[in-house]
Structures are given as C-alpha cells and as structure tokens.
Design a protein around this ligand. Sequence first.
Ligand code: GAL
Length: 435
Amino acid sequence: MLKLTKLTLAIAAVTLMASCGKKEETKPAAAPASAPAAAAAKASEAVEVLHWWTSGGEAAALNVLKKNLEDQAVKWNDMPVAGGGGEQAMTAVRARVTSGNPPTAVQLLGFDIQDWAKQGALADMSALAAKEGWDKTVPPALQAFSKFDGKWVSAPVNVHSTNWVWANKAVLDKAGVKEIPKDWDGFIAALTAVQKAGLVGLAHGGQPWQDATIFDGVVLATGGIDFYRKAFIDLDPAALNSPTMVKVFDRMGQLRKFVDKDFSGRDWNLAAAMVISEKAGFQIMGDWAKGEFINAKKVPGTDFLCFRMPGTQGMVTFNSDQFAMFKLGADKGAAQEKMAKAVMDPAFQSAFNVVKGSAPARTDVPNTAFDDCGKKAMADLAEASTKNTLVGSLAHGHAVPASLKNAAYDVITANFNGKADSKKAAADLAAAMKK
Ligand code: GAL
C-alpha cells in the first residue's frame, strides 16, 4: 500500500505531464463518406466485455451501458462470469490472457487493475483522459487505482461502498423496531427483535467474499477509521493481532447467530431477496444490494431502509468498478475508445449509477436523479473524502492485493464457520497478512 500512497501523492505532478505529453490517439469515428463505407466501419466496431454483473439489478445497470454503445453502433459481445465480488471472473480473465486472447474490456477492481497494468497488459488511455479532462473530475482515491506509472489504464464507472445495512420496513414494523439502530448494541437488539418475531434476523450468503464484506463494516464499527487503516492499509501486526481485532471476531460471532441455517453458499442477491420478500429483517451488503430492491420496484424510505453499519456513519469503505481495455490490435482501438468515453460521460454516470446503487465516479455529476439512498451515498462519500475517513474495502480489493485479500478471506470465513475462535482468528490474520 505504501507504493500506492506514493502513487497517490504523485498524481498532481503526473496530471500536468499527462496533458502535455503527445500520445498516439485512436481516431474518433469520422463522418461516413458513403453508406457502404460506414456500414463496413460499423460492422468492425465491437466490444467483448467480461464482467460479473449477472444479478437482476446488476444486469439492469449493465444494460444502460450496452444500450449506450449500441446507439453508437458498437456491437456488444457479452462475456458474463457469475459470482459476486468477481473472483470467478478474475480466473476467467487469467485464462483468456494466458491463451493469448484477452477480452476487449474487463470489469476490474482496485489492486487487480494495478496487477494487470504491471504486467503491461492494459491499453494506455491517457490521450482520451487528457482530452476529456478525467484528471480534474475523478477523485484522487480512485485515480490511485485507475493510473499506473502516471498513465490512465482504466475508466472508473462508479463508487460503491461496503459499510451499508439494508432493512425491510414492514419486517421492522412487525418486530416493533421503531428506529434505525445507532450503535452496535442497538443493532443487536433490533436483530434479536426480528428473530423473536419468527423471521430471519440477518440475510446472509455464506461465501468468503460476503463474510469479508460484513467484516469490513464490523472492523470500522469496532475500531474506527484509524484502526482500520493500521490493520488493513499499513498491515501493522500489532493492530491485526490486537484485543480490538479479537472483539471484531467476537462481534462476527454475534452476527452469526442471526443467520438462518441455509446460509451456506447462498448468492448475495438471494440474500437480498429474503429482505425484499419480508423473510428477513436486515442484510449487511455493499450498495449494489440497492440495485436488487430497485429492480424489484421497491421504494427507499417506504419499503426498505438504507443506513450505514451502526457506528460507522461518517466513514466509508469504498470499492470502484472500473473498465480496463486490454492491449489488442489497432482495429479494436476505436471501439475501446468509444466504450471508455461512454463510461466516463457524466450523463451516463448518472443514468447507470441510479440503477446500479452506486455513486458516480466523477465529482461533477448532479445528485438530482438519485433516490434518497443514492443521495446519501454521494454525500457520505464527499464527507469522507474531505474528512479523510475514506478507506479502500478489504473485501473488494481496495486495501491489499488479491493474494493478501484471499488470505484474509480464509481466516474470516474459518472464524465465521466456527473453525477458529476469535483469539486464534486474530493471530491467524496477523500471520496471513504479512507485507
Ligand atoms: C462487487 C462489485 C459490485 C457488485 C458486487 C456483487 O465487487 O464492485 O459492482 O456487483 O461485487 O457482484
């Protein structure tokens, strides 16, 4: 992370250089000279997009991008790889690159972008970025991942965050939960009330990335922002194996008691469906969960509630989905440029993120089209970046590279399934997360 921090600091200097440097640029589609020529040009413009947006809400959001490109006569070849959090998708990308056949564009998160850039696999989008002014509108926390060696290698489409809770209003009414819990004890009391009303307290899917998503919020709620930074950004062994971390795991154990017996292996969107269909009270999940509620025509404030994990208001654990263009022949350049340009268009960022549940990846997109949860996401993000309480999500590849993230998953999941008590889990975490 040290490296990345330096990279962040270097951004201001790099910004100037990027806009001065003359880069080779793919020509924008010229006005057609004749109908057959235009048809030929159009036929060759296609993008193959590898992504993991396969749930109802995710697919609806992706359709906004697909349509945008199809309106520009860019054919969309879909390459979906199911599996929330993108682990399976990353395996598929590696296989494609190894066989010398990378997709045109790939959905990537945080450190994975940097890893591919380090290997020289990603196209340089700096010329387009300079022309479109990305340096001025993309927040530095995102640029730290979008740029490698001062060059733009990916286009951020959103900012999600993981320290959210989603609740069904009717279930809370039934259980007599009158207000949004403000602290840990209040949250446990509300979960208990829902369970006592005969419903599932916490809708959860037992998959390592989902366990880790809950963990992001529990760490913040228990240790606060400085502790999170020490543990997962600085990888300080004393923080990783500390009484505070033991308490974090104790709290994970508390949450485990509110999960139903069929949780193991369940997909996150099916857990969201339990809240939507009044079978469960709460789900702790990133704001892609809102996409499911919206897709089911549910209204925030009326049908469902969104709030920050109790005890974490003012702090944000973020992750940003970005599209990287893999280095391919010049014939793919025009379509890649159109896609990157579409992703970064302010109107598109509004339309897409309204459906996806995320906040825009640009600071100049108005919040007018967003619902109350979306407006809150944008306000919280702005507040957290001003107050320096914005940190990368461990669960979603924005705190440490994949190897360490996966090591953390193993420990978190073992503990959640009763295979390691809190003390052992904290010690294991410190042992696993060595710089
Ligand atoms: C995240 C990704 C989100 C969301 C989620 C579940 O890693 O950033 O866009 O789709 O996975 O699939």
